[in-house]
Write a protein that binds this ligand. Sequence first.
Ligand code: GDD
Length: 318
Amino acid sequence: MKKVLITGITGFVGSHLAELLLEEKNFEIVGTARHRSNQENINHLRNKITIFSADILDSHSLYELVKKVKPEYIFHLAAQSFVPASWTSPATTMEVNVLGSVHLFEAVRGLNIDPVIQIACSSEQYGLVKPAELPVKETNPFRPLSPYAVSKAAMDLLGYQYFKSYGMRIIRTRAFNHTGPRRAEAFVCSNFAKQLVEIKKGLRDPIIKVGNLEAKRDFTDVRDVVRAYLLSVEKCDPGEDYVIASGKTYQISDVLEKLIKIVGIKVKIEKDPDRMRPSDVPILHGDNTKFSKKTGWKPKIPFEKTLADIVDYWEERL
Ligand code: GDD
C-alpha cells in the first residue's frame, strides 16, 4: 500500500481523486480538511479514507500532519480556486495559494522526506494568449489576467525553485478547465445546469442569468483529470511542467446551448453585469502532447456526457 496525502480532499477534484485511488486499491489515503469545512463531497468515502483536520495556512498543523503520515505521494489540491473570488479577496487568494504551498514544501523539506508532489497549477496562468500562440504549450508565456492566475503562477514557480534548490520531486500539472458532477455551483457549467434544472422544476422563472458568453474554454471531465494526476506522480519527471487539456475548446455560449438541449426547456437568456469580470481570459486551448507522450494519457469522457452527468447531479439534489 502506498501512502498518499491529498490536500483539499473535501473539494471537487479531491473527492474524485480519492474515488479513483480507492478503485485502484493499492493506496492508503489521508486527506486534509479545514476545521468545520463542508465534507459533503466525501461523505460516501468516510470509512475508507482518513481525514485529518489541518489548515494549509497553519504551518504547524501541516508540519505535524506530514510528519505523522510520511506520504509517498502528495497531491496538492487545496486552493482558493474560483477566479472571481480572487478580485474580491486578492490577499486571501495569495495567502492560500502561495503561502499555503510554501508551508507544504517547507514541511516536506524540514522533515527530510522525499515524496513525489503533484501541484495543481492552472491554464489560467497563461491568461492573454495571442491567436498565433494557440494551442497553448508548456512553453507559452504567462500573461495572467486575474489575481488567481498570479497566485497559481507563483505556486508553479515555487515548485520549480524547490526542485532546483533542494531536488524536491515536484511535478507541475497545468490543468485546463475541468468539470463534472459535484462541481461547486459558482463555476460556469455547474451554475448554468443548476439554474436550468431549477427552471425545469418550477423553482425559478424561465430566465437564465449569464456572464461572458464570448469566452472559450478547453474542457476535460474531472474523472479524466484525476487519472492524469495519478499518472503524473507515477510517470512524469520531477521539476517538469505539463499541460493537461482535452484540446477541445468550446465557446461558453455553445456550452449553454448544449445544456439547454440536455435539460430540454425553453429559456430567456439574461446578461448579469455582476457575473462579468474586470478582465476575462478570452481563449484557452491546450496542447497535451508532452503529457500524453510521457504517460499515454488520453481523455476518455466526451464533453456531452460530462454535461449530462452534471445535469443529473442537480436533478438528484434539487
Ligand atoms: N462562473 C461563471 N458563471 N462563469 C461564467 C458565467 C457565469 O454565470 N457566464 C459566463 N462565464 C464564463 C467566465 O467568464 C469564464 O470565461 C468561463 O465562463 C469559465 O468560468 P469558470 O467556470 O468560473 O472557470 P474559469 O475559467 O474562470 O476557471 C476555472 O478553470 C481554471 C483552469 O483554466 C477554475 O476551475 C479554475 O480553478 C481553474 O484553474
